[in-house]
Ligand binder design. Structure first.
Ligand SMILES: O=C(O)CCC(=O)C(=O)O
Ligand SMILES: [Fe+2]
Length: 261
């Protein structure tokens, strides 16, 4: 197995491995690389749905998000399809389903058919935290934020918007590193605990923009057959919609995470 760092911020490409038949030894190496680089791309895998399910299942239990339709035949597989640019909900920096008590730890995507364009970007939220001043770090110590499911509830046509509080700076359960747990202000993170949305917004906007600066981002250009996985506990992501009506057929499986601390 060959692991090559693809960016100064995060991300690595892994070749010389077949995910359909990973040994325990190889899996341990993949896990180490995943913790080091936060996002891994495995080109040329062309996994069947069952192989995708089997590989993702090695990482833990499925995480199912409310309001989105999974495959009938494989209820852990979410097909990402082209809803059109006006209807896409992923063309903004976010982390997935942070409004859940136990948000998904990681996602494993398998690309069946991709257009020209439709890149995905990730930000490194360890670095976002580490690059804050010591004054800002102490200000954020122990602060919790309210995470809300406005975007997915709207997608599912529900008036019932789920929400919960999590630490704004969370400690990754496996690496022990601190990461800024950001997502989109107003839409998916509403306020700091004990403050109004209006009072919270300038700081949230600052931390959001600070996280997604170009020098903290990796952009992946997809090819058919790619498997890409990322860690939702220490990254945000953004799906670029620049491919009009073209087909973009990618399957996503999410793995359940711990209660953020
Ligand atoms: O379409 C993509 O590349 C990623 C979309 C997204 O936000 C997700 O799968 O959570
Ligand atoms: Fe997402």
């Amino acid at each position: 197995m060959d692991v090559v760092e693809v960016n100064g911020a995060l991300g690595a490409e892994v070749s010389d491995i077949r995910l359909a038949e990973v040994t325990d030894r190889e899996f341990a190496d993949i896990r180490d690389a995943f913790h080091e680089y936060c996002m891994l791309a495995f080109p040329g895998q062309f996994l069947t749905i069952d192989e995708h399910v089997a590989f993702a299942g090695r990482w833990g239990e499925w995480s199912i998000s409310p309001f989105v339709p999974y495959l009938e035949t494989h209820p852990c597989v979410l097909p990402l399809t082209n809803r059109g640019k006006e209807h896409t909900v992923t063309e903004a920096w976010h982390t997935d389903s942070a409004f859940l008590a136990q948000p998904p730890a990681l996602n494993v995507l398998s690309a069946h058919k991709v257009p020209i364009g439709g890149d995905t970007m990730w930000s490194n939220q360890y670095r976002a935290y580490e690059r804050l001043s010591s004054g800002m770090k102490s200000l954020l110590e122990g602060v919790r934020a309210e995470y809300i499911g406005t975007v997915l509830a709207a997608l599912g046509g529900s008036d019932d918007v789920p929400s919960t509080y999590h630490p704004l700076v969370r400690t990754h359960p496996e690496t022990g590193r601190k990461a800024l747990y950001m997502t989109r202000p107003g839409a998916t993170i509403s306020r700091l605990e004990g403050m109004t949305p209006a009072e919270s917004r300038p700081l949230l906007d600052y931390l959001y923009a600070f996280s997604a600066r170009p020098d903290n981002v990796h952009r992946h250009r997809w090819s058919d057959g790619d498997v890409v996985m990322w860690d939702n506990r220490c990254t945000m992501h953004f799906a670029v919609h620049d491919y009009g009506d073209a087909v973009r057929d990618i399957h996503r499986i999410s793995i359940k995470g711990d209660v953020p601390v």
